[in-house]
Design a protein around this ligand. Sequence first.
Ligand code: PMT
Length: 221
Amino acid sequence: LTHHALNGKHFIVTAGGTKEAIDPVRYITNYSSGKMGYSLAQALVENGATVTLISTVDDLKLPFGVKYIAVSSAEEMRNAVELAFDQSDGLIMAAAVADYRPENVAQQKIKKQTHDPMTMTLIQNPDIVAMMGAKKAKQIVVAFAAETQDLLKNAKAKLLKKNADMLIANDVTAVDAGFGVDTNRVTILQKDGDSISLPVMSKIEVARQIVEHMIINMTKE
Ligand code: PMT
């Protein structure tokens, strides 16, 4: 592998948790900090790629040369990914995308009314990585799976369902892995069934390992 194995290649990376509006002052989200996605953007740049980072968080240091696109909701993220996808050589979906969003976004702040419990109807968001997996041509598509049980079984099912080339499984119950922390513990699953379990390491080291495996996959084809 040469240091600039990805010269001339363009990748899309997503980062952060999506924010699904309830009303003008409230939203639903999750604990994603964006660290995994930013680390992947950096590891790609280190290998000579150009990177478009589509992110819900902007409080991390943007790696030099990365094009940044700010988004908030899953639908905004879908639109931004879709716009960039055809001109790209690959997509890494490290963002934690909300599976559901409120069906109706209230135009005014919702008031507390009675003592009754309140209910809210949620509808499904588009599955961004599955959409891109279904339409990919030359692109390599890398999905993540954040699981709290049956890690490898659920991860394998997601790899197939989303038609991804690689899937990065993280057990988000471990204190040194997953959301927020600077380290991660992942298993890299390949389309052909191979899998590699990595020990706990910093997110930038995890990102470099993922990118190395992407490069191997891309030179195989
Ligand atoms: O941001 P950090 O604090 O550094 O934490 C990193 C992380 C835990 C968020 C990251 O490593 C991770 O696991 N990201 C994926 C989280 C997630 O949404 O997992 P999932 O199993 O729910 O989704 C599976 C895959 O489908 C993911 O690639 C996800 O981006 C994608 N997806 C999910 C739902 C949806 N509507 N559209 C999608 O594209």
